[in-house]
Every structure is written in structure tokens, then in C-alpha cells.
Design a protein around this ligand. Structure first.
Ligand SMILES: Nc1ncnc2c1ncn2[C@@H]1O[C@H](COP(=O)(O)OP(=O)(O)OP(=O)(O)O)[C@@H](O)[C@H]1O
Length: 244
């Protein structure tokens, strides 16, 4: 498989017990892009992301992350990837800064500007306040900080704007754009929120019932479909084919 893709899967399937929940999924995330992974509840977004991170083993298929096979080079991949999957877990009695410090030590990264990263996610001034006293939005900001503080090449973010108010959503959107355009990262992010994907993604992958139904550049949707991604998405997930 080509290494011009930060993520490439071919024929990826996953079965839990006897039930196949991911069916021969083929997806390609180009390096330097923001890839919006859009799908209804239970479509399989988190499962695919966990497989990319080596947290679940694929039942079948080929999975490459940053040009490396996920089953063979998991540890090497993890040094170059940042992630936010499901509900983030922190050391509750420690501050934001202390949590980030521990993460850096765990990742074996000596040089990182914690103050700068806290400023980038809007957590300046939290000082020694323990994470247990953080609001939901503050926890999400800290989780985003932790995902990129070690300068990964690829960010895998599962519903990263969950729990954020509209101001924070806009701030994080701008942050993601900065990470891609100024820091050379690639971002794969999932969402159910169509407008959010439409705002930020370069390319969208639509997953429904465990199948990646379509991958298409956002620019193509905008020129071809009058009402944009929302109509396109509903057509695909309802099994229609009028836009094919
Ligand atoms: N550990 C597991 N054991 C059994 N089934 C599972 C497991 N994890 C996920 N599933 C099933 O796999 C399917 C896909 O779930 P997944 O969490 O990947 O979807 P999702 O698109 O991330 O959904 P949501 O947007 O609601 O988070 C669901 O039917 C879910 O019940």
C-alpha cells in the first residue's frame, strides 16, 4: 500500500463474538489532510479508530498507519500518533500541567512547551487546580492538549468537540487547522455533527452500518450538491443512490 497516506485500510473487518460490525472497510486518509469520519451512532467509527491505534485487533484485512502495518509495528506507530478516544481518563488529583508532564514522560518526550500548549487549548490560568474540579469542556480541552503535545504526525480524534460550547468549538476548529497547516499534522476526526465536518474537513468518509460507503473531497460535495453535505449524507445512510 502507498505511503502517501497517513491511514490506509483494505478489506478491514471486525467481528465481536459472532457478529461482524465492520465489513470490508477500505479507507484512505491523505497525509496533511483533515479527514472527517461521519456516521450515525453505532456505525463503527470508534471501532475503526481503535483498530488504527492497535487497541483492537482486526479480524481481517490490511491496516497501515503512517506506512506501517498496525499489527506488526504498533509500538512505533504509537510514538507518532496522538489520540482522543471515548471518555478521557486523567490523574484526577493532579493539575492540567502535571497531567501533561506525566504524559510526556510516558511518551519519552523531553522537549515540549506545556505552557504554550495550555494556551493553545485555552487552559491558561488553571494553575494547581486538580482536574477533578474541571468542567466537562475543560476536560475535553485538556484531552485535546494531551493528544498533540508530543508532536505526533497523525491525530486520531473520536468526537473531539463533545461537551464543548459554541465558542470552544470554534476555538478548537481553528486549533485543528493550525495543527495541520502550521505543524504538518494529519487529522482523522469523527463526528455525528454534519456541519462540523463540513466546516473543517478536506475529505469526508461516510460510514453506515460498518461500511465506509463513500470517500469524497468536501470541495466536490460543495460544487455538486446544492444543499451540501447534509443532503449527501442522508441520501447515503438511507441507502439511496440519487447522488451517486
Ligand atoms: N467490545 C464490543 N463488543 C461487542 N460489540 C461491540 C463492541 N464495541 C463496539 N461494538 C458494537 O460495534 C458497533 C459499532 O460501534 P462503535 O462504537 O464503533 O460505533 P460508533 O460509530 O463509534 O458509534 P457512536 O457514534 O455511537 O459512538 C455497535 O453495534 C457496537 O454495539
Amino acid at each position: 500500500m502507498s505511503s502517501n497516506f497517513a491511514v490506509k485500510t483494505e478489506g478491514l473487518s471486525k467481528t465481536f463474538l459472532d457478529k461482524e460490525v465492520i465489513h470490508s472497510c477500505t479507507m484512505s486518509v491523505p497525509e496533511g489532510a483533515i479527514y472527517g469520519f461521519l456516521g450515525p451512532n453505532g456505525a463503527g467509527k470508534t471501532t475503526v479508530m481503535k483498530i488504527l491505534l492497535g487497541l483492537l485487533t482486526p479480524t481481517a484485512g490490511k491496516v497501515e498507519v503512517l506506512g506501517m502495518d498496525v499489527t506488526e509495528e504498533r509500538n512505533k506507530i504509537l510514538t507518532q500518533v496522538g489520540s482522543l478516544i471515548e471518555i478521557p481518563v486523567f490523574f484526577e488529583h493532579l493539575s492540567a500541567e502535571e497531567n501533561l508532564s506525566l504524559h510526556l514522560a510516558y511518551m519519552n518526550v523531553e522537549k515540549a512547551d506545556i505552557s504554550k500548549v495550555l494556551q493553545m487549548v485555552g487552559l491558561v490560568g488553571t494553575g494547581s487546580k486538580p482536574v477533578s474540579k474541571f468542567s466537562l469542556g475543560m476536560r475535553q480541552r485538556l484531552a485535546i492538549a494531551r493528544s498533540f503535545i508530543h508532536h505526533p504526525k497523525l491525530l486520531i480524534l473520536d468526537e473531539p468537540i463533545n461537551g464543548l460550547d459554541p465558542v470552544a468549538v470554534r476555538e478548537m476548529r481553528n486549533l485543528f487547522l493550525t495543527l495541520v497547516h502550521d505543524h504538518g499534522m494529519t487529522i482523522l476526526l469523527s463526528s455525528h455533527i454534519i456541519s462540523e465536518i463540513e466546516h473543517i474537513a478536506d475529505i469526508v468518509g461516510i460510514i453506515a452500518e460498518g461500511r465506509v460507503e463513500r470517500e469524497i473531497p468536501i470541495a466536490d460535495i460543495k460544487t455538486q450538491f446544492e444543499n451540501g453535505l447534509e443532503d449527501y449524507f442522508f441520501d447515503i445512510v438511507s441507502g439511496g443512490n440519487q447522488f451517486a
